[in-house]
Design a protein around this ligand. Structure first.
Ligand SMILES: [Zn+2]
Ligand SMILES: [Zn+2]
Length: 244
């Protein structure tokens, strides 16, 4: 199994693309973890395409995580006649459809529904795909908005979340590698601030950050000194001790 981000940037950044990941299975198939506005372009940069996507996980409903789904759904349906296998917390299903229906409900094939585009695997706490067990738990991102992480093997991807010691203590145990949301901007209160991650570095084994702003160079040395790695676009995440 391999994991690599196709984007590592914050929602409205210009340099690093939306924070979306690929989890590639030994079979060669893969799960796309979130499909933001930039996903199509990110995939094409490495010789892939949204038409290669068969499995999608959605963490929450911000555009940097779902803004590319219109293209994905339309192309899969109209060019390939294929549905996407959608892995999503059941609490997000209606909201996702409300977010995307304006662009895909009406087609030359007639009026379509969620089920015409997706095989919806709505879950409460996780799912199994290609024999791999994925767990998914709520995060603390925006008040009143549901958002979820994704854990599998020895890797936990927090998705978008503020830093929460309670969440980390309760959730991180057992995951040797964590990819944590991180912001360098102290004004924001919906992402994990880098100083909180540095201060609580001891709670993690191997720690990567993602979803960071364009001015990352100013903070690179500080993160490195704290033994915190930066996720980089298209660069595989090194998972320790191993997947097994
Ligand atoms: Zn985001
Ligand atoms: Zn978000």
């Amino acid at each position: 199994m391999r994991v690599f981000p196709i984007g590592v940037g914050t929602a409205f950044g210009r340099r690093f693309f939306n924070t979306n990941l690929i989890v590639q299975f030994d079979s060669g198939g893969f799960l796309l973890v979130d499909c933001g506005i930039t996903a199509g372009r990110s995939l094409e940069t490495i010789g892939m395409s949204v038409l290669d996507v068969r499995n999608l996980f959605v963490s929450h409903l911000h555009a940097d995580h779902i803004g590319g789904i219109e293209e994905l759904a339309l192309k899969s349906k109209l060019l390939l006649g294929r549905k996407i296998d959608l892995y999503i917390n059941q609490g997000l299903v209606d909201g996702l459809w409300e977010s995307i229906r304006g662009g895909i409900e009406h087609t030359q094939l007639g009026r379509l529904r969620m089920d015409d585009y997706f095989n919806v695997f709505a879950h409460e706490e996780g799912f199994v795909l290609e024999g791999v067990e994925f767990s998914s738990r709520p995060t603390n991102h925006v008040n009143g908005m549901m958002s979820f992480d994704l854990g599998f093997g020895n890797l936990l991807f927090t998705g978008d979340t503020v830093f929460s010691r309670d969440y980390v203590v309760g959730r991180v145990n057992g995951f040797g590698t964590v990819i944590h949301d991180c912001s360098f901007n102290s004004v924001q209160k919906v992402h994990a601030h880098y100083k909180d991650l540095i201060e609580n570095r001891h709670l993690f084994d191997r720690l990567y950050i993602i979803h960071y702003e364009d001015d990352v160079e100013r903070y690179r040395q500080r993160m490195s000194s704290a033994d915190i790695s930066l996720c980089r676009q298209y660069i595989e995440i090194v998972v320790t001790p191993s997947w097994i």
